[in-house]
Write a protein that binds this ligand. Sequence first.
Ligand SMILES: Nc1ncnc2c1ncn2[C@@H]1O[C@H](COP(=O)(O)OP(=O)(O)OP(=O)(O)O)[C@@H](O)[C@H]1O
Ligand SMILES: [Mg+2]
Length: 277
Amino acid sequence: MTELLRIEHLTITPKSEPGHLLVNNVSFALETGKTTCIVGESGSGKSLTALAVMGLLSDQLQLKSGAIHFKGHDIAHASNVQLRKIRGREIGMIFQEPMTSLNPVLTVGYQIGESLTQHLKLTGAALKSRVAGLLQQVGIPPERAGSYPDELSGGQRQRVMIAMSIACEPAMLIADEPTTALDVTVQAQILKLLDDLKTRMNMGMLFITHDFGVVADIADNVVVMFRGEIVESGPVQDVLQHPQHPYTRALLDCVPDADGKKPLKPIDYAWLNAGAA
Ligand SMILES: Nc1ncnc2c1ncn2[C@@H]1O[C@H](COP(=O)(O)OP(=O)(O)OP(=O)(O)O)[C@@H](O)[C@H]1O
Ligand SMILES: [Mg+2]
């Protein structure tokens, strides 16, 4: 097992309000070829944790303390120049909204090629053939390279984003709720594509979701976040079979059975009022 990413005691606050802990003392690790899922409800600090790894926290926020080791190097204090070399090359990232991340006036082929030119200096026929290969890998006919984003379906646009994120064969992929904006059938296809690519390319995947059903499908390890803190983490089977924290149990209660019999329930917060840690 090769450790790819190790986050230690990560704490993020607004610069203007250093006492407000948006992410509080978060620690976990990710190995090559494995998937770690961060699961938690809206506002629990999942995206801020991922953005911190990419060095993309907004100017209003600060890494108050903690370390982020990627391939053994502390990238929490890396320069912008170093981070630009890592982003896209060593760490690929896919966001929730493919339309806002794609440029509407450039063809998808051009956009997939951009990071290949930037990081690998590919041009001309070599670039064109690599772009075609990437489209094929994500299940889009290569002749669609000349299409513009609005000529593709939501699922195809997310496939284009995936092609962009894996273009330079990164060691790690961060996927922040990549299927949320898609309908259920397409969600399942995109999830399978990401899981297959992770295996084929032996990447480590940090996958963010609020859906424990997704966690059960793809995770090796799971990190459960609530209000900026990790309430529980561990190998997925342990957490699914023996959830220790009432919030984890409440999240698990919200997952419908495979046969759809169990009704969807809202999260039960009784444990919080009862003073559970
Ligand atoms: N620039 C900012 N200034 C102040 N607070 C912020 C800023 N950005 C995010 N936050 C707050 O930090 C908390 C964590 O946000 P984050 O985006 O990580 O949540 P999340 O778990 O990804 O939620 P979601 O599932 O909705 O994407 C939220 O309460 C959010 O309002
Ligand atoms: Mg988020």
